[in-house]
Design a protein around this ligand. Structure first.
Ligand code: SF4
Length: 431
């Protein structure tokens, strides 16, 4: 590895969920403060940071096979450093990972994100003479930025490995979150997504008074430069009127709610230990719609959970229509070692899971298309993040008829769609 900090480059890649991406962004920021400039070219990198995810079997396998392939990179870059981070690293453990992949230099699991700066200082001091640190810099965050507001999870969904790899909930202080939001807004970020495993469980204090998640939404929305605030993912049990009212009070908080249901079957929800049933989930959606006119709702569905019958699956399909979802992320169940559900027989055959996934995707495509078609002729607000294209408040992409510069929020009239991308023009206002 080069010893001059200004000459070092970092290639960072995150597998899996948004938390994994946010952790990699935070760790890349720590490395940037130690003189590493980001590069998109693996070949020119002096260090590679891999964010792993273990929430789903598939994401973990992809990350591990990528780490395996880095052996070749290490051969051509013997001085280079490979750092493996994230939930799969936490689950597997540093010792086992290094045994399987001897070319890995440093393992920092998901419980080490906050202590990563000192871990990396100690690591770098062993590899090279002490080096001056560059002045703190905010990593280029683009128009959209994430803010991790809490880590870990206190829920106990029977299929989920997160509580064991990320530990119990810890909530970042409001001042720290707002400080990060200000820095990122000064660097040009306009849209902020507040991240946490059950993000609406955040609580803390602000100016000596207790503050809840709804208060935090308002505080982030008030940071100068912030145009939009989103959050991901709330737990239905904790989504109450306080949060919905806070969303309604702050126009910069988008009227879009991603509320993971996981299943529409009461029997499966009980086995999943989600803590709610279909009726209470639908009541929560109805409450949010009542307080937030024009709200769009999306969800997650986990299909093929042990013992899921055709009737249970039909309940998930009908839930999507009944709740009026405009989109959904759909996943096939795979047992995660050490979780309560891994003790159940994974008895839904692979081909049945595949068939159900196809059916779910077809329904989601239909629901999205119907929603997007309903927007034709209507005005939507677009936050431009690339010349001439951006995102509407509901999260769908919009292509404009003129090359508006990134960072601006414009009103545009929807003229049609290409797949799930809206086409829109900016109306000429009379002087
Ligand atoms: S709420 Fe449930 S699914 Fe989500 S991270 Fe916590 S335990 Fe996992």
């Amino acid at each position: 590895m080069k010893t001059h900090p200004a000459g070092r480059k970092l290639f960072a890649h995150a597998f899996g969920c948004q938390m994994s991406a946010a952790d990699v962004a935070e760790m890349s920021g720590a490395l940037a403060k130690r003189g590493f400039a980001l590069t998109s070219e693996l070949d020119e990198a002096d260090a590679v940071l891999v964010g792993t995810c273990t929430v789903r079997d598939h994401a973990e396998h992809r990350a591990l096979s990528y780490i395996g392939r880095l052996r070749e990179w290490k051969t051509s870059h013997p001085e280079g450093a490979i750092i493996v981070a994230g939930c799969a690293a936490e689950r597997i453990g540093g010792g086992e990972l290094k045994r399987r992949f001897p070319h890995v230099d440093l393992v920092a699991g998901s419980k080490s994100v906050e202590s990563f700066p000192s871990i990396v200082d100690s690591f770098l001091s062993k590899r090279a003479p002490a080096e001056p640190k560059t002045s703190p810099a905010v990593s280029a965050s683009g128009i959209s930025a994430t803010l991790t507001i809490m880590r870990g999870c206190d829920a106990a969904c029977s299929y989920c490995i997160v509580p064991s790899v990320r530990g119990p909930e810890s909530h970042r202080p409001a001042g720290e979150i707002l400080g990060e939001a200000r820095l990122k807004a000064e660097a040009g970020a306009r849209e902020f997504t507040l991240l946490g495993q059950a993000v609406n469980g955040w609580h803390g204090a602000f100016e000596g008074r207790p503050a809840g998640f709804g208060d935090l939404l308002g505080l982030v929305a008030s940071v100068p430069g912030v145009e939009r605030v989103r959050f991901m993912s709330p737990h239905p049990l904790r989504f109450d009127e306080t949060v919905a009212r806070a969303m309604a009070e702050h126009p910069k908080v988008v009227p879009a709610l991603h509320l993971p249901a996981q299943s529409g079957s009461d029997r499966i929800l009980a086995l999943m230990r989600r803590g709610y049933d279909r009726a209470s989930y639908l009541a929560t959606v109805a409450m949010a719609r009542r307080l937030l006119p024009g709200l769009t709702v999306t969800t997650d569905i986990l299909l093929g959970f042990p013992t899921e019958t055709e009737a249970d699956f039909a309940d998930s399909l009908s839930l999507l229509s009944e709740m009026g979802a405009v989109s959904a992320f759909c996943f096939k169940y795979s047992p995660r070692q050490g979780t309560p559900s891994s003790l159940l027989c994974d008895d839904v055959p692979r081909e049945v899971k595949e068939e159900r996934l196809v059916l779910l995707h077809a329904l989601v495509a239909e629901l999205s298309a119907a929603y997007l078609d309903s927007l034709v002729g209507r005005e939507v607000s677009v936050l431009v993040d690339e010349p001439g294209t951006g995102r509407a408040a509901d999260g769908f992409r919009v292509r404009l008829d003129e090359p508006v510069l990134p960072g601006r929020v414009v009103s545009a009239v929807v003229s049609g769609r290409a797949g799930n991308i809206l086409m829109a023009h900016i109306p000429r206002r009379k002087a």
